[in-house]
Design a protein. Structure first.
Ligand code: ADP
Length: 654
C-alpha cells in the first residue's frame, strides 16, 4: 500500500483504470477481444485464463496489472530468450522489468535478485526450472507476488501437445508462494486442456476466456495426395498462384534440403531452414525471407518461433503436421496483416507412421524404469545425480527421464533441490609446462599432478575437484583455488561443468514393482494420446462439413455458419484420402542376418526389443548416438512401417 509507484488507492482496479494505463503507458487506444474480460477477472476474482491466438495480445494481460498492482509480477515462460524484446519494450517505457535465466552472468543475476528483494522490480521473467532453485524460492517468500503469470500454460496438461514436467510443479509452487493472483496464458488449448489448466491453478471455469481462433482471411485447403505425386502438386500450386511470401513445412531436415533444392531448380526463390543448419546460415535465410515479398522458405518446425512477418501469403504443409495444435500454430503465421491468404495441407497417408513413431520413441522400456527405480531406492535419502549419466545408463532421452522423475515427484516419492555444478572444464591458454614453470617446485608438482589426473579431451580438461582431492590427497579448496588463480592470471579458461541435480527421497521405495507399474501406465497413456493426435489431423482432412469450423471447434470456439472458403465449403464434399499401399509382411527385404549380428554385438543399445524397434524405425536414443549406430545403414530401414508392427517382429525374433 505504501508503494509510491502505485498510483491507485484500492487493489480492485476497474477496467476504466486499466484503459487509462493502456492509453497513457502504451499509447494504445482500445482493448483487443478478451483483454478487458481477463483484466476484470484478475481484479475481481484474482484468477484468469487467456486463450488467445498468437499475436492476440496476451502479454498486455499481465503487463497492465503489473503496473497497477502493488508487488512484483512473475512471468514464467519456457521461451525466456524470446522475452528479451518484451523486456526492452518495457524498460524503454521506464518500467522496471528483468529476467533471470541461467545464461545471465553471475553479477547480473545478483543485481536482479537485489532488486527483487528491495521490491523495486515490477516484472520478473523466469524459466520454469528456476523454481527448483531454493534460494530463489526463499527470496520470493519474502516479497509480495502481485501476479503469477504462466505463459504457454497448456504445457501443464498431459492432454496438451507439449507437456512439460516442470509445469505440473508450477501449480504447487503458486500455492506454496501464496501469490495474490494467477493468470494462465496460451495460444492453443482444447476444452480438456482448459479444464486441466483451470483445476491445476485453481482458476474458476468462468474466468477462462477463449477468443478469436476463426480467421476470415485464411482460406483453408486440404489436398489428399499420394506421396510420390506431392512434388508435382506443390510445383503446380506455386506456378498457378500469385507470388507471395511462403512457408513450406516439412517433417524431416533432409526433406527441407531436398524440396528447397527442387523448387530452386524449378526457378523459385526457395531456401531450406532447419535445426541442423549453422546458426549463422539460419539467420541469413530468415533475413532473406523476412525482407522479401515473394521468397519461399522450406522449413521444419524449427522455423516460426518468434517470427513476426505480417504479409505471409501462403503456408503449405508438404508433410502432415503432428497435431491440430501444431497445425493451427503453423497456419496462424499466414495473413497476420488481415489480407486474404491461403494455407494448404498436402495430405499423404504415407506420412502417418513417421509421425506416430515419434510418439513411440519417447516411451522408455520397462527395464529402464526398473533400473532407475532400484537405483533411486538404493540412494541415501539426500542424493545428487547427473541426468546426463542416468540418461545414458538407461538409454532414455533426457526430456523423457525428466518426465519420469517429475512423475515420481508428483507421487510424493522425490523432491528436487537446487541443481549445482560439480566440476570444471579447463582449457590451457599457454603451453602447460610454461604455466607450471612460474611456480615453486611443490606447487608446480601439485599442478602437474592435477592436470595429469584431469580427463583430457581434445581441447578441454575435465576436473571434478572432489575426485581430484581424494586421488591426490589434497584439500578440495586448494584445487578450486588453484584453478581460479590460473584463470585470474589468464593462463587457463575455466567453465563450470558436470551439472548435478539434487533430490531428497521423501519416503522409502517399498514396493518397487508397483511404482514401476504406475510409471509404465502413465507413459503408455501419453503414447496413446500422441498417436491419437495424428489421427485427428487425418480426420480434419476427411471431415464431412466446414473444415474451418471443425478446426476452431477443436479449440472450443463454436461457429454455426460455414466459412465458405475451406475445401469442403468450396467443393461441397468430403475429401477422401488415398488408401495406404499394402506392404509385404516383415521382415520384407530387411537384411535379417546383418541386423541380428548387430544386436549380438551391441546388447546395451539394441538388446531390448523396444530399442531394436526404435533403431529400425530411425528413432534416436542416447545409446544409439553413443555407439554411432544412428549412422548405420540399417538405422531407419523400417521408418515407414508402424512402430507396433516392428516392435512385434523384434520381440518375436529376439
Ligand atoms: P501474444 O502474446 O498473444 O502472441 P502479444 O502480446 O505479443 O501477443 O501482442 C501482439 C502485438 O499486439 C504486440 O505488438 C502488442 O503490442 C500488440 N497489442 C496488444 N494489445 C493491443 C491493443 N489493445 N491495441 C493495440 N496493440 C496491441
Amino acid at each position: 500500500m505504501n508503494d509510491p509507484a502505485n498510483r491507485f488507492a484500492t487493489q480492485v482496479k476497474s477496467t476504466l483504470q486499466f484503459k487509462k494505463l493502456l492509453q497513457e503507458q502504451f499509447g494504445m487506444a482500445e482493448f483487443r477481444p478478451g483483454q478487458e474480460a481477463v483484466l476484470d477477472a484478475l481484479s475481481t476474482r484474482k484468477a484468469a485464463l487467456a486463450v488467445f491466438p498468437t499475436g492476440g495480445g496476451k502479454s498486455l494481460c499481465y503487463q497492465l496489472p503489473a503496473l497497477a498492482f502493488e508487488g512484483v509480477t512473475l512471468v514464467v515462460s519456457p521461451l525466456i530468450a524470446l522475452m528479451k524484446d518484451q523486456i526492452d519494450f518495457l524498460t524503454g517505457r521506464g518500467i522496471n522489468a528483468a529476467r533471470l535465466d541461467s545464461s545471465l552472468p553471475a553479477e547480473e543475476s545478483r543485481a536482479v535478485g537485489g532488486q527483487l528483494r528491495a521490491g523495486t522490480l515490477k516484472l520478473l521473467y523466469v524459466a520454469p526450472e528456476r523454481f527448483n532453485n531454493e534460494r530463489f524460492l526463499e527470496s520470493l517468500k519474502r516479497v509480495k507476488v502481485a501476479l503469477f503469470a504462466i505463459d504457454e500454460a497448456h504445457c501443464i496438461s498431459e492432454w496438451g501437445h507439449n507437456f512439460r514436467p516442470d509445469y505440473l510443479k508450477l501449480a504447487e509452487t503458486a500455492k506454496a508462494l501464496r501469490v495474490e493472483r494467477v493468470l494462465a496464458l496460451t495460444a492453443t488449448a482444447t476444452p480438456a486442456v482448459v479444464e486441466d489448466i483451470c483445476s491445476g491453478f485453481g482458476i474458476p471455469r468462468e474466468c477462462a476466456f477463449v477468443t478469436g481462433f476463426y480467421r476470415s482471411n485464411l482460406n483453408l485447403f486440404v489436398s489428399p495426395v499420394r506421396a510420390e505425386e506431392r512434388d508435382a502438386l506443390l510445383l503446380e500450386r506455386l506456378r498457378t498462384r500469385a507470388p507471395g511470401p511462403a512457408i513450406v513445412y516439412v517433417t524431416l531436415q533432409k526433406t527441407a534440403e531436398r524440396v528447397a533444392a527442387d523448387l530452386e531448380q524449378a526457378g523459385f526463390p526457395a531456401r531450406p531452414y532447419h535445426a541442423g543448419m549453422e546458426t549463422e546460415e539460419r539467420t541469413q535465410v530468415q533475413e532473406w525471407w523476412m525482407a522479401s515479398d515473394r521468397n519461399i522458405v522450406v522449413a521444419t518446425i524449427a522455423f516460426g518461433m518468434g517470427i513476426d512477418k505480417a504479409n505471409v501469403r501462403y503456408v503449405y504443409h508438404y508433410n502432415l503436421p503432428k497435431s491440430l495444435e501444431s497445425y493451427s500454430q503453423e497456419i496462424g503465421r499466414a495473413g497476420r496483416d488481415g489480407a486474404p491468404s491461403c494455407v494448404e495441407l498436402l495430405a499423404s497417408p504415407e506420412d502417418v507412421p513417421i509421425l506416430e513413431n515419434f510418439a513411440y520413441g519417447d516411451t522408455p522400456t520397462q527395464s529402464a524404469l526398473d533400473g532407475l527405480a532400484s537405483e533411486l531406492r538404493e540412494m541415501n535419502a539426500e542424493f545428487d545425480v547427473s541426468l546426463y549419466d542416468l540418461s545414458a545408463r538407461y538409454d532414455v532421452r533426457p526430456l523423457v527421464l525428466r518426465t519420469a522423475l517429475t512423475y515420481l515427484e508428483l507421487q510424493g516419492v522425490l523432491r528436487q533441490g537446487t541443481p549445482f555444478y560439480a566440476g570444471y572444464r579447463v582449457r590451457t591458454l599457454r603451453p602447460a609446462e610454461e604455466i607450471f614453470a612460474q611456480f615453486d617446485a611443490e606447487r608446480a608438482r601439485f599442478l602437474r599432478d592435477l592436470f595429469a589426473f584431469a580427463k583430457k579431451g581434445r581441447v578441454w580438461y575435465s576436473v571434478n575437484p572432489a575426485d581430484a582431492a581424494k586421488a591426490l590427497g589434497q584439500e578440495h579448496g586448494r584445487i578450486v583455488r588453484a584453478l581460479e588463480y590460473l584463470e585470474e592470471q589468464g593462463s587457463v579458461e575455466l567453465q563450470a561443468a558436470d551439472l548435478r541435480h539434487r533430490y531428497t527421497r521423501l519416503r522409502p521405495i517399498e514396493d518397487q514393482s508397483a511404482l514401476v507399474a504406475g510409471l509404465v501406465l502413465r507413459f503408455d497413456r501419453r503414447e496413446k494420446q500422441e498417436v491419437a493426435r495424428v489421427r485427428q489431423v487425418m480426420d480434419l482432412v476427411a471431415h464431412d462439413g466446414c473444415q474451418t469450423n471443425e478446426l476452431v471447434r477443436y479449440f472450443g470456439e463454436a461457429r454455426s455458419e460455414p466459412c465458405g472458403h475451406c475445401t469442403h465449403c468450396r467443393t461441397g464434399q468430403a475429401q477422401k484420402l488415398p488408401p495406404l499401399r499394402k506392404l509385404p509382411p516383415l521382415p520384407a527385404d530387411l537384411d535379417v542376418a546383418l541386423f541380428q549380428n548387430m544386436r549380438a554385438q551391441y546388447p546395451s543399445a539394441l538388446g531390448n526389443p523396444r530399442q531394436a524397434a526404435r533403431f529400425l524405425c530411425g528413432l534416436s536414443s542416447p545409446a544409439l548416438t553413443k555407439t554411432k549406430l544412428s549412422r548405420h545403414q540399417l538405422f531407419g530401414a523400417l521408418a515407414e512401417r508402424r512402430f507396433g508392427e516392428v516392435l512385434d517382429w523384434c520381440s518375436r525374433v529376439s
